[in-house]
Design a protein around this ligand. Structure first.
Ligand SMILES: N[C@@H](CCC(=O)N[C@@H](CS)C(=O)NCC(=O)O)C(=O)O
Length: 206
């Protein structure tokens, strides 16, 4: 059975759980990382020398890097749908996944860390302001992108929708005002209405 290592309070773990649930793949999830520790044990470092979550074990395959795991699960269980086979569609999905990981996540993460991981008396509101100032134009870009397509990569749901929906879930959960992004909201509500989002988007951020 698919084994997922990682605490559900991690956005990167939530991506993997969400996709496994969407695919209907049975899995066992083991809490690891953060207060659960484990990630610096020799056994775990042999699975992921970065000492980070998530990791999956699936038959002969052992993987780290959340978006790679999303690609792998979709390629294994949903080729031609969530993992599009025609290269134009595949790489449209691919580039948005990389955008989530490399462009959107770093600034969006900073505000989350300040609100949820830093004690109130140590919270740095300048870091939050910088995070918002950098992330908001990216949310606007995404809103523009979603204005004339139902899903991230076009007409159909693909692997790209899940990592970005996880990023939206976390950003919308921050206790701070945000401008309207009606197309992002509409798309996110579609994602949150999917049964696969249970236990992922209905949990409190921590
Ligand atoms: N690029 C990696 C980043 C993984 C990552 O930063 N994981 C964080 C949680 S989101 C982590 O393991 N932090 C240390 C810990 O939880 O102990 C991925 O996408 O999988």
């Amino acid at each position: 059975m698919l084994k997922i290592w990682g605490r559900i309070s991690s956005l990167n773990v939530r991506k993997v759980v969400l996709v496994a649930q969407e695919l209907g793949v049975p899995f066992e999830r083991v809490d690891a990382g953060g207060a659960f520790g484990i990630v610096r044990t020799p056994d775990y470092l042999a699975k992921n020398p970065n000492a980070l979550v998530p990791v999956i074990e699936d038959d002969q395959v052992q993987l780290w890097e959340s978006n790679v795991i999303v690609r792998y699960l979709c390629a294994r269980h949903a080729p031609a749908t969530l993992y599009p086979l025609p290269l134009p569609q595949r790489f449209e999905a691919e580039r948005w996944m990389d955008w989530q990981q490399t462009t959107l996540n770093p600034p969006a993460r900073d505000a989350f860390v300040q609100w949820f991981r830093v004690p109130e008396d140590k919270r740095d509101h300048a870091v939050i302001a910088r995070s918002v100032a950098t992330a908001e134009p990216l949310w606007e870009l995404l809103d523009h992108h979603l204005a004339n397509r139902p899903f991230i990569a076009g007409d159909a749901l693909t692997m790209a929708d899940f990592p970005i929906a996880c990023e939206v879930h976390r950003w919308f959960g921050l206790p701070q005002p945000r401008p309207d992004h009606p197309h992002v909201e509409r798309w996110y509500q579609t994602m949150a209405a999917r049964p696969s989002s249970r236990g992922v988007f209905d949990i409190t951020l921590s």
